[in-house]
Design a protein around this ligand. Sequence first.
Ligand SMILES: C[S@@+](CC[C@H](N)C(=O)[O-])C[C@H]1O[C@@H](n2cnc3c(N)ncnc32)[C@H](O)[C@@H]1O
Length: 230
Amino acid sequence: MDRTKALASSWEANAGNWTRAVRERLIPSRDAGTDDAILAAISTHSPRRLLDVGCGEGWLCRQSVQTLGCEATGIDGSSQLIADAQCADPNGRYEVITYQELMDGGVSFEAPFDVIVFNYALFDEDAPSLLAAIRPHLSAMGVVIIQTLHPWSLEQGQDYRDGWRNEDFSAFENQNWTAMPWYFRTLSSWHQVVRTAGLALLKLEEPMASFNGQPLSLLLTCECHEGDPD
Ligand SMILES: C[S@@+](CC[C@H](N)C(=O)[O-])C[C@H]1O[C@@H](n2cnc3c(N)ncnc32)[C@H](O)[C@@H]1O
């Protein structure tokens, strides 16, 4: 199986574990600041309509509706995660849509979105094509917000170079996870992804852990680029 397919199918296999990990607060970086950071980044833009791409079990849609009063739509390729999202939020809007379907261009929404967010949901090598594919779904002043692993959170000795890596989820006590291939990018590579997708970087943030001063994540806010990105 190629890595892109293995990446997507790992989330079918990991859906139950993931829902439990998010809802039982088993991911320390989320309490250390990444959840607050993505909510703050979204709230800066006071969205009326939010699209959460790769929404998982839907926590960010639920929180955004509750705290910001916006409308939220969550989409994800994992039917189990979308079922979990819908179950926790029966009046919410969630749909099974894969990234490939978005890139194929056959997906439509009833209106454009003021914020389109990817919270730890952009792991494939061809991120520029996916970002370019969601651009037409942005409102005139709309922004794309990406939170991802900070490029400097490498284990010592690992190459600071773009390339496929493997997440085995060994940090979790439960060993019943399926490994996920993911594409590591350097900081300059992320910058290039944004430009290649025809977006322009509005803001780059590095949420910090207060207990050790290490970056928790990389947070990019991008707007539509007028004209040639180069
Ligand atoms: C690490 S989880 C993050 C979930 C959620 N954004 C959150 O903050 O908890 C990554 C999500 O990306 C989704 N995903 C990964 N590859 C995908 C693809 N090719 N098509 C659709 N969804 C995908 C997975 O199903 C999973 O829900």
